[in-house]
Design a protein around this ligand. Sequence first.
Ligand code: AMP
Length: 403
Amino acid sequence: MLVLVLNTGSSSVKYQVINPEEKKALAKGVVERIGMAGAVLTHKPFDRDEVKLSGEIIDHKMAIEYVLSILLSKNHGVIQNKNEIDAVGHRVVHGGEAFSGSVLITDEVIKEVRRCIDFAPLHNPSNLRGIDAAKQLLPNIPHVGVFDTAFHQSMPPHAYLYGLPYVLYKRHGIRRYGFHGTSHRYVSKHAAWFIGKPIESLKIITCHLGNGCSIAAIENGKSIDTSMGFTPLEGLLMGTRSGDMDPAIILHIMSKEELGMNDANTMLNKHSGLQGISGLSSDMREIENDYHENSRAKLAHDVFTYRLKKYIGSYAAALGGVDCIAFTGGIGENSDLVRANTLSGMEYMGVRLDQEKNKLRSKEERAIHHENSAVQVLVIPTNEELVIALDTMRIVKGEPLAI
Ligand code: AMP
């Protein structure tokens, strides 16, 4: 079976062709700068070199047409016929309270995703454009929606409610939803496999640290809390997002700096985080390159790891203990300095890193804790596309969704 996995952004379409039965990706790529001058398609078949093609791509439908044509092409393709694609799996950012798992995309589902546009005005419209275009181009096969928010729908009300008038939750859906659910789900499941125990018997803290960062507390294989909230702005410090802050600051700055709503939104989402504190970069590699020479780079790094440490402590409290802490995402998988600084001084709660294992570079799942550590510390490279392909396969075959 072959699944085309699509992740559609406002001006980009990321794709992979995956055989979920063999858990194997045949090709992956991205179309960027859709609707702008100089659109580029970068395509990588698993067994050949990457190619880049540029041209005019005016909308998402044209982008997916380009993707299909390169998948079929003689030199760079991986299929002979469009009919070899059995289903399409779509990443959808916000499913609100309507979706606690992946679903076959029907007209009713599309209506619900449209209702969630208010919650994710930058993402859901692009996701819907991708669904619409793909359904037009591949009309005779099933399309499945996999939601970033779904895994966190198991959070109890005491974790998802804000201390605001309850009527705002009822009237406008103001609550914590959480994001990166597909990644937290994959990583917690693989952590349990790695440890060799049923996930139902484990208390796991998963740290997804990429450009966007979030952490989740997982008990019995279910998310009981996560750091992103109503939007992906809450929680940890991120590349360009502030994470947690006193909400009164926004009102204060809007008045002092005479900022409008859009400017304030841009400041919180694009000019804050590592970028804002360091004044150098949102990219953790650049922050770490300058860590010893540039005090602001060190400060940004210290704020990042200190906040992560506090969240790990609070999630251990929420879980009533912790068996495993798993790191993933570009930073979580690659930065030994972030892992070491975050977990330093946590021996009191049974967390002890093996400094040598922590420094080893690898793309594999691995344990980095000391043999005397009560808590297992793992690095688990995430694979959200594989989860989307597996969910799509199971829905198409009518099988139950595995966690
Ligand atoms: P992602 O969004 O998961 O692709 O992660 C992007 C983040 O991972 C960026 O901040 C990168 O700087 C960071 N990253 C990637 N490789 C490394 C590395 N070797 N060391 C530190 N950070 C890294």
